[in-house]
Design a protein around this ligand. Structure first.
Ligand SMILES: Nc1ncnc2c1ncn2[C@@H]1O[C@H](COP(=O)(O)OP(=O)(O)OP(=O)(O)O)[C@@H](O)[C@H]1O
Ligand SMILES: [Mg+2]
Length: 112
C-alpha cells in the first residue's frame, strides 16, 4: 500500500475526488492548509532571500491506495491538475505497512 499526499490549489479538490473514484479509491482525508513552496508564497519565483515568506491557502488530500493504482493515479494528477505554472502543487508518496478496518478487523489492502 502507498500513502499519497497531494497538496495543491483549492479549486482542484473536485477533480482529485474524480480521479480517485475512477481508480476505485474511495477513502480520503482532506484538510484545508496554508503553505508555500520555492516562491515563498509569491506569484513568481523569489529572486532573493529578503522577500518575506507568505503562506497561501491550499488543500491537502491524503489517501492510501493499492500499490497497483499508484502510477495510474500519479499520471492522472499530472495530466488533469497540472497547469504548468508555479504553485500547481506537489505529491508525496510513502509506504504503508498495514491498515485495518476497525469495524471488521480486515487488514492490508482489504481494509482500504
Ligand atoms: N518540500 C515541501 N514539503 C512540504 N510541503 C511542500 C513542499 N513543497 C511544497 N509544499 C506544499 O505544496 C504547496 C505548493 O507548492 P508549489 O507547487 O508552489 O511547490 P514549488 O516547489 O514552489 O514548485 P513550483 O516552482 O512549481 O511552484 C505549498 O504551498 C506547500 O504547502
Ligand atoms: Mg511554488
Amino acid at each position: 500500500m502507498k500513502k499519497i499526499e497531494i497538496i495543491t490549489r483549492t479549486e482542484k479538490l473536485e477533480i482529485i475526488k474524480k480521479i480517485l473514484v475512477n481508480h476505485n479509491c474511495l477513502g480520503l482525508t482532506v484538510y484545508s492548509v496554508m503553505g508555500c513552496g520555492r516562491q515563498k508564497g509569491h506569484i513568481s519565483k523569489a529572486e532573493n532571500d529578503d522577500v518575506a515568506t507568505n503562506l497561501l491557502p491550499k488543500i491537502y488530500v491524503m489517501t492510501v491506495v493499492k500499490d497497483s493504482e499508484l502510477k495510474l493515479i500519479m499520471n492522472d494528477i499530472y495530466n488533469e491538475i497540472g497547469t504548468g505554472t508555479h504553485g500547481d502543487g506537489k505529491v508525496f508518496v510513502s509506504n504503508i505497512e498495514d491498515a485495518m478496518r476497525i469495524r471488521t478487523g480486515e487488514c492490508g489492502e482489504n481494509a482500504l
